[in-house]
Structures are given as C-alpha cells and as structure tokens.
Design a protein around this ligand. Structure first.
Ligand SMILES: [Zn+2]
Length: 284
C-alpha cells in the first residue's frame, strides 16, 4: 500500500485507513479546560509542538465483498492541507462510483467536506449517505446554535454554512437513522452524542473481532490519558465526556481495536486502563 493508506483485515472485512490530510489547530481549541502548564508538559514530553496540534484526518474504507463503505469523507475543499480522499481511494483501487454506502459520523466540515465535489455535487453518485436524524435536524434548522463551542465565531459560522450547503446537496441520497442501527452485516452505527447532537460511532464486527471507530468522541490520545480534558469543538462538553468514557470503557472491557479520525495516522490501535484514564497503544 502506498503512503497514506493502511490496510488490515478484521475477520472477513477488508479495511483500509485512508489519510485525507491534516490541519493544524491552536492547542487551546482542542484542550480548552486543560491547565496550560500541564498541557505544555504533556505535549513537550511527547516531543510535540506545544502551541499547535497537527490533527490528521483519517477516513475508513470497508470492503465486504458485496459492499464498499466509506466512513467519513475528509475535508474536501475546506483547507489546502486536506482533501486527498479521491486520490487515496484511487490508489486503493476504488472509484467514487464504486462506493455504495457513506457513513457520516457527524456534519463538521472535516468529515463531510469530501462528500461533495468541487462543484458542490455529491461525489459518490451511487451511495446512500447514513447520518443520524438528530444531526440532520440540527444543521438544517434555520439557525444552528454553535454558541457553546470554544473556538472563534468566524469558524463557527463557516462550519454552519458548510454543513447546511453540503447536506442540502446530499438530500436525495441521505438515509437518516434514529437509533443504534446495523447498516450492513458487521457494520453498526451507535449514537455517541455530545460532540454534536447526532454524532455516531461505528462498530465493525466480524468473526469475533471488533473495531470501534470513535469518530470525534476523542480527538487526541491525550483525551484518553486525561479524560476530564474537554475538546473545544464539543457542543455539549459534559455529554461528550460521558460518551467518551462509555465508549472507551466498552472498548477496553471487550478488548476491541479502536480507531479515531484525528489520532496519529494510521489512527488505529488498542487501549488499556491507566491511572484515571486510558493509555493509547497505536498499531494493528
Ligand atoms: Zn473532526
């Protein structure tokens, strides 16, 4: 596999993590309630930049033999350093018209931007787009309130505009779901609200193996180690923290592999309880 694509088998499911790119965020956006000195030390001790966080975008391609599924679509035209999903699919031998199911964990621009092409038309013409009904309702309401997000207002406005415009383009292909749903055999969408009202996690299961894709329920391994550290992009921070804990407890108890869209590529690994949180063990 070329750079930017990481392939593995989960039972009978052929999975490939595809890098869409990355974006750098000011560290306080991702850790708004972290004590600044502790955050600085945590980043410095990992030899990471202390003022900015390089946040990868990782989409998940699942080939079942009958179905081609893409979980999240990356940033599309929303930044210069992301938007590689079509090129990555190409090296994996997949054309956009081959994809028949797109699961959108939520409608932030880094997850739905790649669902449309440069003209704003659906990029995957033969796909049904799965997302939560609560997500659809929130963003298509006349004025989605992003007031609780601890990021600049200008960015909030852009996020709302991108979601509204993109969802409008997808409206003929969207299949909203209202509760935990088996989308295909072995591919299950699980409500995981807090980051957004209709945020979904995705559980893959095959032949006794499991992979829990957290979406944005955790956006950096430090959120596992310090579970009280919030994410400035979480709309309902307390609910997001509770959701994160519940998903991580389940993954640890059931020894699942874990994926998170913004974790260091290839964004898959396992977790183990450590101190008051969990330790991230990257790799497949
Ligand atoms: Zn995201």
């Amino acid at each position: 596999m070329p750079e930017g694509a990481h392939r593995f088998e989960l039972g009978s499911l052929n999975c490939t993590v595809l890098s869409d790119g990355y974006v750098a965020y000011p560290a306080p956006w991702l850790f708004p309630n972290a004590d600044p000195a502790r955050l600085w030390h945590a980043l410095e001790s990992r030899r990471l930049p202390t003022d900015r966080v390089l946040s990868p975008y990782a989409c998940l391609l699942i080939e079942t033999g009958r179905h081609v599924v893409l979980v999240d679509t990356g940033g599309g035209n929303n930044s210069l350093s992301s938007g590689a999903i079509v090129a990555r699919l190409d090296v994996a031998g997949i054309r956009p018209r081959d994809v028949n199911t797109v699961v959108l964990t939520h409608a932030h621009p880094d997850h739905i931007g790649g669902a449309v092409d440069g003209r704003g038309l659906p990029l995957f013409p033969n796909a049904r787009y799965i997302l939560a009904e609560a997500e659809w309702d929130f963003w298509t309401a006349s004025r989605a309130s992003l007031q609780p997000l601890r990021i600049p207002d200008e960015l909030k406005n852009r996020m709302a505009q991108t979601a509204r415009r993109t969802l409008a383009a997808l409206r003929m292909q969207v299949e909203p779901i209202v509760c935990e749903t088996e989308i295909l055999p072995g591919v299950r969408a699980i409500p995981a609200p807090g980051h957004t009202p209709g945020h979904l996690a995705v559980l893959l299961s095959s032949e006794g193996h499991h992979l829990l894709n957290l979406g944005d329920a955790a956006v950096h391994p430090l959120h596992l180690q310090e579970p009280e550290w919030e994410n400035g992009f979480d709309l309902a921070a307390a609910q997001a923290t509770a959701t994160r804990r519940a998903l991580l407890q389940r993954a640890a108890a059931e020894r699942m592999h874990v994926m998170a869209f913004h974790f260091p590529f290839p964004s898959v690994g396992t977790i183990a309880p450590a101190d008051s949180g969990w330790e991230w063990k990257p790799g497949w």
